[in-house]
Design a protein around this ligand. Structure first.
Ligand SMILES: Nc1ncnc2c1ncn2[C@@H]1O[C@H](COP(=O)(O)OP(=O)(O)OP(=O)(O)O)[C@@H](O)[C@H]1O
Length: 662
């Protein structure tokens, strides 16, 4: 039972598909997180939380369009007042109609009140249309403002936050939060309207007989309890299953996405994925069935309570009539007021329940915005030196943030090395030795573990420096460089996104990186869209993309050009050309940090750092590393292996000293 208690929902145990594909259960225990704490609250506390949640939505609406928000509020207030006046006028009409005299006289006496009924109905309808028009304009604006706000915050968070699955859970919730903020407007206006007409009916009832008022409230308590309980259960279930939903969606996507299309067909992966998609969906369906059963049970209990309260109310009314404490005209108005009041209450409870459900997602959204602000890359800090001589790692240790239930060891341990400016510095080492991680630290994407080493930009500590300045000094062509589904021009020009794209500079960068030959074959030149699946879309190969990636990094004109595996997908000619160009760049004073597994490509580097298991195994020039007296073999041995395998020179072209063939 989840209703008012704080227990975890009875989640279905992990399916065989979850075990096989994802290595275990994907559901979350929402109560092991501090942010689920308010879900442990009972109805009364929930009611007290409610204004705070509404305030979040209203604040967003105010940010989006204060004028329209005012219009909606005033129009709804006006509608409530017209309804109250209408009800009072109906009381007048009934009073006159049930009084003594001829039908004609009674009708004539009732005429002014009847006119008030008609005028209030007309005014109510005009106000409703004003509210509908304003709310219709306000809603999409609220969604845009809410979405823009969280995207603006999220794109500035530290990389470690983006890689954190808890942060992703918040992100999933927040995406719904922006939609919920939009829907809240509609529910808010309806709830406000119901509240005002309820107050009107309650006011009339209180005047007619004080005992009727608490009875009216009593009639609604059971359905309020039922609706809020069901809404809370749905919310808890959503959070518990958010990762599960994401994974099912992923499976469905794999069946249709272009990247997997060939393997899906040739390896006949389609049936496999579909089976697991079905199994995962069935787990979700079981959860939906559980929710539906709970909702049905809750509904029965609340209906029984509501029925008893209604019986009590009409019984009380009958008693008042029978005992002569109320006359027939007043009883008629009372029945009308009870019906209006209870239907307003009913609708208000419905709207408030929906509003409550939506507001929980908006609260998630707020939590994400707060968390994103906390985890944002700090702005400001010390200025970097104008004239940079070197970036130096001093005893740097770095550990990736822990995934849930895991405590990873450091990926980089006690790393000390330098990147002198104006040189080619190569980073080599086995798979997983920490090269890409190291360049993420060099680029300012991560900082060393607290108190465990420093990255010096001359004499400025990167941890205290203005990170935006670090980013602006670096041009990065990482292994996972992004293939933007935009035109060739934008794919290169996005290297300097703050400025208008300069076509000549795009062509020069393309020529510098070998992407000019790619460009020459494109059907619409710079305007060619590099994305299949769109109109005019054109597909280029992996190696061609790599050249475009290098062109982008080149176009950026960063002081330090980092190229991670620039030639892994290039053919031999293109590879040679890429390295010639890197050398030519270095000759112009450009600092190049080069990561590669093709060791013969680093022969001309000014400095080579060799990593092994997250530590620096050796550093030096090619000659130093190759010489048995100065190198420890970490570089020399794999180099010689590669040179034998590919028939490449076992030494620098100009070398006279024959290295040891270990
Ligand atoms: N985002 C991450 N979160 C957690 N661990 C990571 C992350 N990225 C890399 N690692 C881990 O850090 C270690 C070093 O990875 P890294 O990518 O830096 O190696 P690399 O030397 O560049 O390898 P390769 O030559 O295969 O590209 C690996 O054990 C990897 O699992």
């Amino acid at each position: 039972m989840i209703g008012g208690g704080g227990k975890t929902p009875a989640l279905t145990s992990p399916s065989a598909s979850e075990e096989l594909l994802f290595g275990g259960e994907l559901a979350y225990d929402v109560f092991d997180k501090h942010d689920g704490a308010f879900l442990k609250l009972g109805l009364w506390q929930m009611a007290r939380q409610f204004p705070k949640l509404i305030a979040i939505g209203v604040r967003l609406a105010h940010m989006a369009d204060p004028g329209r928000l005012r219009t909606v509020g005033l129009a709804e207030l006006g509608r409530g007042i017209t309804q109250a006046l209408g009800l009072v006028a109906v009381n007048g009409v009934l009073g006159h109609l049930l009084a003594g005299g001829s039908t004609n006289e009674r009708l004539q006496a009732a005429l002014p009140a009847l006119t008030v009924v008609a005028v209030t109905a007309l005014a109510g309808s005009l106000l409703r249309s004003a509210s509908t028009a304003a709310a219709g304009t306000l809603e999409p604006k609220v969604q845009r403002v809410a979405t823009e706000r969280y995207l603006a915050l999220v794109h500035r968070v530290e990389l470690s936050a983006i890689e954190d699955d808890e942060f992703h859970r918040l992100l999933d919730g927040a995406r719904f939060g922006a939609d919920s903020a939009r829907r809240m407007i509609g529910y808010c206006t309806s709830a406000l309207n119901s509240l005002i007409s309820l107050v009107a009916a309650a006011g009339v009832l209180a005047v007619l007989h004080p005992v009727l008022l608490p009875l009216l409230v009593l009639m609604t308590v059971p359905s309020a309890w039922g609706s809020l309980t069901v809404s809370k259960q749905r919310y808890i279930s959503f959070h518990a299953f958010v990762q599960h939903h994401r994974a099912s969606h992923l499976l469905a996507q794999m069946l249709i996405q272009q990247e997997a299309a060939a393997e899906v067909r040739v390896h006949e992966v389609g049936g496999f994925l579909l089976t697991h998609y079905r199994s995962m969906s069935q787990t979700s369906e079981r959860e939906q069935t559980r929710l539906a059963r709970n909702a049905a049970r809750t509904g029965l209990v609340s209906d029984a309570g509501g029925g008893a309260a209604t019986l009590l109310t009409y019984g009380a009314l009958g008693l008042l009539l029978w005992s002569g404490s109320m006359d027939l005209a007043v009883a008629g108005t009372a029945v009308l007021a009870i019906r209006t009041g209870s239907s307003s209450l009913e609708s208000m409870v419905g709207q408030v329940t929906e509003l409550y459900g939506e507001s929980l997602f908006v609260a998630d959204y707020e939590r994400l915005c707060t968390e994103a602000a906390v985890r944002a890359i700090p702005s400001g800090g010390e200025n970097l030196p104008e004239q940079l001589d070197e970036v130096r790692f001093e005893n740097v240790t770095f550990t990736y943030p822990a995934s849930k239930g895991e405590s990873p060891g450091p990926t980089l341990r006690d790393v000390s090395l330098t990147f002198p400016m104006g040189k080619i510095i190569a980073l080599v080492g086995e798979n997983g030795s920490g090269k890409s991680t190291l360049i993420k630290l060099l680029s300012g994407l991560y900082l060393p573990d607290e108190g465990k080493g420093t990255i010096w930009w001359n004499t400025v500590d990167a941890a205290r420096a203005d990170r935006a300045q670090i980013f602006s000094r670096v041009a990065l062509m990482s292994q996972a460089f992004y293939q933007w589904p935009f035109t060739f021009r934008v794919n290169v020009g996005i290297g300097r996104p703050g400025q208008p794209i300069d076509d000549d500079a795009v062509r020069t960068a393309a020529a510098d990186s070998g992407a000019d030959t790619v460009l020459a074959k494109l059907p619409h030149g710079l305007r060619t869209l590099l994305a299949r699946g769109y109109r005019r879309g054109h597909q280029i190969s992996g190696g061609q993309w790599q050249r475009v990636g290098i062109a982008r990094a080149r176009y950026r004109q960063g002081e330090i050009l980092i190229v991670d595996e620039p030639t892994s997908a290039l053919d031999a000619v293109a590879e040679q050309r890429a390295f010639d160009q890197i050398q030519a760049l270095a000759a112009t004073g450009q600092t190049v940090v080069l990561i590669t597994h093709r060791l013969h490509s680093v022969r001309h580097a000014d400095l080579i750092h060799v990593l092994k298991d997250g530590q620096v195994a050796e550093s030096g020039t090619f000659d130093e590393l190759m010489h048995p007296d100065t190198g420890n073999g970490t570089f020399r041995k794999p180099y010689l292996l590669q040179s034998h395998a590919y028939g490449l020179p076992a030494q620098r072209d100009t070398d006279a000293a024959a290295p040891e063939t270990a």
